[in-house]
Design a protein around this ligand. Structure first.
Ligand code: PMP
Length: 441
């Protein structure tokens, strides 16, 4: 009998035993195409020999040195390389073990920054209703993902939530992108005024939304309007790139395509590519210097932060993404993948929208394309698609969610950047079959 505590206790998953390129193999020898990279993690695919060699070399040299006493060579090198490729005046890197930890650090650093500069009255965060920022309590409170929050609601800090930039369902008929961006920006500003601008710490958002609704790309100019408003009120902009960052959308940081730079950002998933658990929070020089010139101590920390072996893996992954040209490949294969999805599903009677950027793509499924009416929740569509795809050897990331009382079903796709043209065909063929088997007739 197994003693594993699985995610779903009523349906025990198969045992994964090996990974080869874009495929995972289970104990019975079945092969699965990793069409979502787990959850946008496996950017290099499985079994990358360069990353494996970097991990082996590091673990033999130095496995662990506590950050209360030391920094380490791979941590220093990874921080330097991240900053060399980071936009704006992001200048310092705080290494942790995953996305939720990176977001917790971001929230706490933002609060401490204002204490250091003598603005202790700042205590509110504003985020968006369509968002996921992690499962630890602070990150969970910041996210708007209703079903994940529901049972912990009494334990969550009070975070204000505004409308997401969700053009498919949020834009009024006939409304231009610019007018939509203005309307959302005005809503944020009204919320800031309501709370009192001098009490707000930061606005928090994912540049391209991941786990709540699937690869939702903002309208052009939206983030520039948001950045202006934050600047006007002295509020920090925290961008969560845990899922959309590290080249997934075709640039190393997703915000590069929005023409804005955050004060603090979080990355994880693709940073370790699944080879090691690692995340990072990056902040501007101004924020770092406020701490350095003030208390000199960021009141936070975890035992495994800056772990040398994780950092060595992150450095090897980042080197392949940048010097190895894999971000460029994500952009190129992403454009092909997007076009192939559009061709296969663009006219599908139950696909309301094919969207995304780079190798971060999604389908939004609807009962009726004209009215955009979603399927009945009782159908359990996301679970059906996941099951049908898995049975056909495809791992994809279907989800159902409710935003502003409107339900939606989505399938997120985030394959490894090494995906080939032929494999794009394989993903689409299997997904089409899984949809056919899952959708009501
Ligand atoms: N932020 C975003 C945008 C995410 O997608 C996730 C994970 N899905 C997290 C934070 C949390 O990351 P982790 O699961 O590594 O803690």
């Amino acid at each position: 009998m197994s003693h594993i505590f699985p995610r779903h206790t009523k349906a025990l998953p198969p045992v994964a035993v090996a990974g080869e390129g874009c495929y995972l193999i289970d104990a019975e020898g079945r092969r699965y195409f990793d069409g979502s990279g787990g959850a946008a993690v496996s950017c290099l695919g499985h079994g990358d020999t360069d990353v494996i060699a970097a991990i082996k070399a590091q673990v033999e040299r130095l496995a662990f040195a506590h950050t209360g006493f030391f920094t380490s060579e791979p941590a220093e090198a990874l921080a330097d390389k991240l900053i060399a490729h980071a936009p704006g005046d992001l200048d310092r890197v705080y290494l942790v073990s995953g996305g939720s930890e990176a977001m917790e650090a971001a929230l706490k650093l933002a609060r401490q920054y204002f204490l250091e500069i003598g603005e202790p009255q700042r205590r509110h965060f504003i985020a968006r209703r369509q968002s996921y920022h992690g499962n630890t309590l602070g990150a969970l409170a910041t996210g708007g993902n209703e079903w994940r929050r529901a049972q912990f609601a009494p334990m969550l800090i009070d975070v204000a939530h505004v409308s997401p930039c969700y053009p498919y369902r949020g834009k009024e008929p006939g409304e231009s992108d610019a007018a939509y961006a203005d309307r959302l920006a005005a809503e944020l500003e009204a919320e800031i005024e309501r709370l009192g601008p001098e009490t707000v710490i930061a606005f928090v958002a994912e540049p391209v939304v991941g786990a709540t609704a699937g690869a939702v790309v903002p309208v052009p100019g939206y983030f520039r309007r948001i950045r202006e408003i934050c600047n006007r009120h002295g509020i920090l902009l925290i961008l969560d790139e845990v899922m959309c960052g590290m080249g997934r959308t075709g640039t190393l940081f997703a915000c590069e395509q929005e023409g804005v730079t955050p004060d603090i950002t979080a990355v994880a998933k693709g940073l370790g590519g699944g080879y090691q658990p690692i995340g990072a929070m990056l902040c501007t020089r101004a924020i770092y210097e406020a701490i350095a010139a003030g208390s000199g101590f960021f009141q936070h920390g975890h035992t495994y932060m800056g772990h040398p072996v994780a950092a060595a893996a992150g450095l090897a992954v980042l080197t392949k993404l940048t010097d190895g040209g894999l971000v460029a490949r994500a952009a190129e294969m992403g454009a092909r993948f997007g076009a192939a999805l559009e061709e296969a599903f663009g006219e599908h009677p139950h696909v309301g929208e094919v969207r995304g950027r780079g190798l971060f793509r999604a389908l939004e499924l609807v009962a009726d394309r004209e009215t955009k009416a979603p399927f009945e929740p009782g159908l359990g569509l996301a679970a059906r698609i996941k099951r049908e795809a898995f049975a056909r050897g495809l791992i994809c990331y279907p989800m159902s969610g409710t935003i502003d009382g409107r339900r939606g079903d989505h399938v997120l796709l985030a394959p490894p950047f090494i995906i080939t043209e032929e494999q794009i065909g394989e993903v689409i063929g299997k997904l089409a079959d899984a949809l056919e088997a899952s959708l009501p007739h």
